[in-house]
Design a protein around this ligand. Structure first.
Ligand code: NAD
Length: 337
């Protein structure tokens, strides 16, 4: 199939593009590079630089390519920023997704895989199932929930088949079979715990900050479920197959079913890097839920998804390999934009 990958120059989209290609599909990435990196896009993929805001460019894209499916990663992803600039998130994530959906409808492209998030749920002590109560703690999570609602209506009105994949915390790096890092996390600004933590032993940051130590968890710090980026990528390949087989309206969690507190992640990072680096405690940030841990039983049962890298130490080892090889991300080998 020929797959349009929006946001395919970003962290999860570039890894998934590589997985689609390896599964024998054709990939065209559409990305504005507002956040992503041209160098992250697999060389075998087509690349069109453009923004989902630009309806004319989208029209040309669909006129000049015949897509069988779309994997939609493009979004702003910083929960903290979304609590300061809600309009930026409603516009980019929700309104521009509607541009994409309208264009897909006009060109008869009926299959979509959407990057949703654990942030659509209300916090809960037990692993979260897809039917558990929803209740985003921040605007970013709300934008993803709004898009899931749009997808249900597009399905009903236009027959769009979709899979909304609710990722828990994406992490880790893609390594070649010989262990050479290929692509990894390079957000700017970086807001994710594992890369922020690894910046300390790399000498790029004096200490890692723990935001909030009075959450309703055993050690007082937030608990999250960390899922390797390659395991997210493999789930997209399975979702695409399911769409090709006629499934629609799929909603799946993607996580490992095990939660780690911020303090636990930092301890594992100290162990992996062999550096006893400092952590400092700070006030809570707005918009952080106490605990988000996935039950991914539904996608395992229905699509046969099995994470290959469920172990946090293994995840952090792969991230460490990437960050030590590319301490400044893709910067150095970035071609001209
Ligand atoms: N990283 C995570 O832990 C995580 C967790 C849950 C869900 N998600 C979702 O997965 C997706 C990918 O996340 P990521 O970590 O790879 O983010 P990322 O920032 O690395 O990638 C997003 C990409 O989208 C592009 N983009 C943003 N707005 C655009 C627009 N209007 N037009 C064209 N391109 C645009 C950016 O340039 C970037 O390359 C996002 O939708 C995010 O909400 C990520």
């Amino acid at each position: 199939m020929h797959i349009l990958v929006t946001g395919g120059a970003g962290y999860v989209g570039s890894a998934t593009s590589a997985y689609f290609l390896a599964a024998g599909h054709r990939v065209t990435v559409y990305d504005s590079l507002v956040k992503g990196h041209r160098a992250a896009v697999p060389p075998e993929a087509g690349f069109v630089r453009g923004d989902l805001a630009d309806q004319g460019a989208l029209e040309v894209l669909f006129q000049t390519h015949r897509f069988d499916a779309v994997a939609h990663f493009a979004a702003f992803i910083e929960a903290g920023e979304s609590m300061q600039q809600p309009g930026k998130y409603f516009r980019n994530n929700v309104a521009y997704t509607n541009n994409l959906l309208e264009t897909m409808t006009r060109y008869g492209v009926k299959k979509l895989i959407f990057s949703s998030t654990a942030g659509v749920y209300a916090s809960k002590d037990e692993p979260l199932c897809e039917d558990d109560p929803l209740g985003p703690a921040n605007v970013y999570g709300e934008t993803k929930l709004m898009i899931e609602t749009m997808l249900r209506w597009y399905n009903r009105v236009t027959g769009l088949q979709y899979a909304a994949l609710r990722y828990f915390n994406a992490c880790g790096a893609m390594l070649a079979p010989d262990g050479t890092p290929i692509r990894g996390e390079a957000h700017d600004p970086e807001t994710h715990l594992i890369p922020l933590t690894l910046q300390v032993p790399l000498g790029q940051r004096e200490a890692v900050t723990i935001y909030g130590t009075d959450y309703n968890t055993p050690d007082g710090t937030c608990i999250r479920d960390y899922v390797h980026v390659e395991d997210l990528a493999s789930a997209h390949v399975l979702a695409l197959e399911a769409l090709a087989n006629g499934r629609d309206r799929m909603v799946y969690n993607l996580g490992n079913g095990r939660g780690y507190s911020v303090r636990e992640v930092i301890d594992v990072a100290r162990e992996v890097t062999g550096v006893d680096f400092p952590a400092v405690e700070a006030e809570r940030r707005p918009g952080d839920a106490d605990r988000l841990v996935a039950s991914s039983e539904r996608i395992s049962r229905e699509l046969g998804w099995e994470p290959r890298y469920p172990d946090l130490k293994q995840i952090i080892r792969s991230a460490w390999a990437w960050h030590t090889a590319y301490p400044h991300g893709y910067e150095r080998d970035e071609p001209e934009r």
